[in-house]
Design a protein around this ligand. Structure first.
Ligand SMILES: [Zn+2]
Length: 455
């Protein structure tokens, strides 16, 4: 038998970006297959010949942005009149009645639109928290997996749950709460079927009760046990409003974080959405446990929920990521815009010299990756996945900007020119190749109208 030497895969040099979030990559990065193989400092050339060069001299280069919390289905109820100008609990009870009618066709098109919106904003890893399951919506996560694969994005999909409905004193209608054995069986099924454990995983599955008070204590504990046995992550909403703190104290006699700990959740496997209303001692406890927080600034402003103690959490050692949250409380899915919001909102809590554009870029990349338990994304180091976001500064809003990296946040970047996921260009010239965006928006708007009319 004759062996022929295998041709090495082509090497692509993303050459000399206008500016880069990582100063160690001032001369760009070299990509081979799905990974970064070289990071080039100023003046440094690739060590081996390259096959292709992408001239990035007009682009600001960032590691692909990582979103840590969303509810894709909520794109169907953006700016919904009956839910406007409300705080979290009345907002939720108003919308639950609408969401209870969701079907699989609607979740499919809503997920596609949300992922497209994220991708176009420079996001390469999307996370979704889907907790609305009814008889008409058993396979929501399966439909999302199909869409993730078709778009070629990286995803952390979470199997949400609600088991305490209005009949038991909870917030959601009975039609969207499920039997607890069924929730656990389906969680196991989804992990076996879709969760990838290898480095460079494109799809991971995590377990995510909607909130500690929308499932029973037994289910919170059983979910933590299942996550430990299966080696998957845990996610839920926590400490979003003062109402929630009072609700937990009344229901369980405990503050939300104490209850979380009692249920076996306070560990490095968990990341929490919002994390606003913590005491100093609780922040230290989160840091020691390595429990992450997904900061959702726009949603917190829309619902008037409060200011996340981002710097204290990060200083305490808690992974701190960024997220757009669901599109009924943001109401966009644009992670680049969310970076600007995080910086501006942070300046209401901290001095300008304590929170800069580089801090927020770190949260949206490395910090978010840590929340999802990943070291293979969120940076530009050799060996990491080739997930990149490149922005041009050729719109009027950037004209006259002296510092290109700061301009992304200060002038309000909202659309990436190029996005690469696992070595493949998924956005070229600000568009997704092979996607008829107009047709998708028509289908999405039709699905939204059908949902509003079902009420
Ligand atoms: Zn949320």
């Amino acid at each position: 038998m004759t062996y022929f030497p295998r041709n090495p895969s082509p090497r692509l040099w993303i050459r000399q970006p206008l500016s880069c979030a990582d100063p160690a990559a001032a001369n760009g990065v070299v990509i081979q297959d799905s990974r970064i193989v070289e990071r080039l400092a100023a003046g440094q050339e690739p060590s081996l010949p390259v096959d292709q060069v992408f001239d990035a001299s007009q682009h600001v280069l960032l590691p692909g942005l990582v979103n840590t919390h969303h509810h894709f289905y909520q794109t169907l109820t953006r700016a919904y009149s009956a839910a406007l100008n409300k705080e979290l609990f009345p907002w939720l009870t108003t919308l639950y009645d609408v969401w209870a009618n969701l079907d699989e066709e609607q979740i499919t098109v809503a997920s596609e639109l949300a992922m497209v919106e994220l991708l176009l904003s420079g996001c390469t890893t999307v996370a979704d928290h889907h907790y609305v399951f009814s008889d008409a919506l058993e396979s929501a996560i399966d439909r999302q997996v199909e869409t993730v694969r078709r778009l070629g994005v990286r995803a952390a999909l979470t199997r949400g749950s609600m088991s305490v409905g209005r009949d038991q004193g909870g917030l959601p209608p009975q039609s969207v709460v499920q039997d607890e054995a069924r929730i656990l069986d389906d969680s196991s099924r989804l992990i076996q079927r879709y969760h990838q454990r290898e480095e460079g995983a494109m799809i991971t599955v995590a377990l995510a009760p909607c909130s500690p008070f929308s499932v029973s204590r037994e289910l919170m504990k059983a979910t933590a046990e299942l996550a430990k046995t299966e080696g998957v992550r845990l996610h839920t909403h926590l400490a979003e409003t003062e109402d929630e703190t009072r609700y937990c104290e009344r229901l369980f006699g405990l503050r939300p974080l104490d209850y979380l700990e009692e249920c076996g959740w306070l560990n490095e496997r968990t990341w929490l959405a919002h994390g606003i209303h913590f005491t100093d001692e609780e922040i230290q406890r989160l840091g020691r446990a390595g429990t992450g927080v997904a900061h959702c600034p726009s949603s917190n402003m829309v619902l008037g929920s409060g200011l996340c103690p981002t710097l204290e959490l990060e200083r305490a050692g808690a992974p701190l990521g960024l997220a757009v949250d669901g599109s009924a409380s943001n109401d966009h899915s644009n992670l680049a815009e969310e970076m600007r919001q995080a910086m501006l909102l942070g300046r209401l809590r901290y001095r300008p010299d304590q929170i800069g554009h580089d801090d927020v870029i770190r949260w949206a990349t490395q910090g978010s990756a840590r929340c999802l338990g990943r070291t293979d994304i969120g940076g530009l180091a050799p060996g990491q996945q080739a997930d990149l976001a490149l922005f041009r500064l050729d719109e009027p809003r950037f004209s006259g900007a002296e510092n290109p990296l700061a301009a992304l946040l200060l002038c309000g970047a909202h659309r990436a020119d190029r996005v690469m996921v696992a070595g493949h260009w998924r956005v070229i010239d600000g568009a997704i190749p092979d996607l008829d965006l107009g047709a998708l928006m028509t289908r999405h708007h039709d699905a939204a109208q059908r949902l509003w009319r079902a009420l």
